[in-house]
Ligand binder design. Structure first.
Ligand code: RP5
Length: 173
């Protein structure tokens, strides 16, 4: 039986070099007060640790796994192969191929083993966090209400920008 405050989202990444590029995933989850755990493990360098982590995550109370990796980015796919939890993949941009390598390695899963892959860059990592919140919100009324407020604030921000633009355009005329 998972403890009351056990992490609901497991964030794993292939290397500590990924962390500065994906910090926004943790920020998004913090904004919604979702308990997380954050660990480095590698599909290639520590395959047994990845297998054990993904296999045991659900029993420990984790509800969503977010896996970030770059290059030959197999971490999310390998996690998905060992669990029935939803897995979100973050492709981490590399210097070698600008992230296209990471994106295709993460997104092009074979049928039967889904990985919900977000875009490259800080926005993609943030979206991974928000998608995890949305998944958790299916069974959490409090999170649903926070998401509704969040959406309304997005609209308010864009509307304010539009009004400012209209005034600026009118002023130019
Ligand atoms: C991947 O290789 C990691 O996810 C990282 O994006 C990339 C490079 O890792 P390091 O050589 O910096 O440890 O597995």
């Amino acid at each position: 039986m998972p403890e009351a405050n056990s992490p609901q989202v497991g964030i794993v990444m292939g290397s500590d070099s990924d962390w500065p590029k994906i910090r926004s995933v943790a920020t998004a989850l913090e904004e919604f007060d979702v308990a997380t755990e954050i660990q480095v493990m590698s599909a290639h360098r520590t395959p047994e640790i990845v297998r054990q982590y993904a296999t045991m995550a659900a029993a420990r109370g984790v509800k969503v796994i977010i896996a970030a990796a770059g290059g030959a980015a197999h971490l999310a796919g390998v996690c998905a192969s060992h669990t029935t939890l939803p897995v979100i993949g973050i492709p981490v941009a590399t210097e070698v191929a600008g992230g296209l390598d990471s994106l295709l390695s993460t997104v092009q899963m074979p049928g039967d083993v889904p990985v919900a892959t977000v875009g490259l860059g800080s926005g993609g990592a943030r979206n991974a966090g928000l998608l995890a919140v949305q998944i958790l919100a299916l069974a959490d009324q409090g999170l649903q209400e926070k998401l509704a407020v969040y959406k309304n604030r997005l609209a308010d921000k864009v509307n304010a920008k539009n009004e400012a633009l209209q005034k600026a355009i009118a002023g130019e005329g």
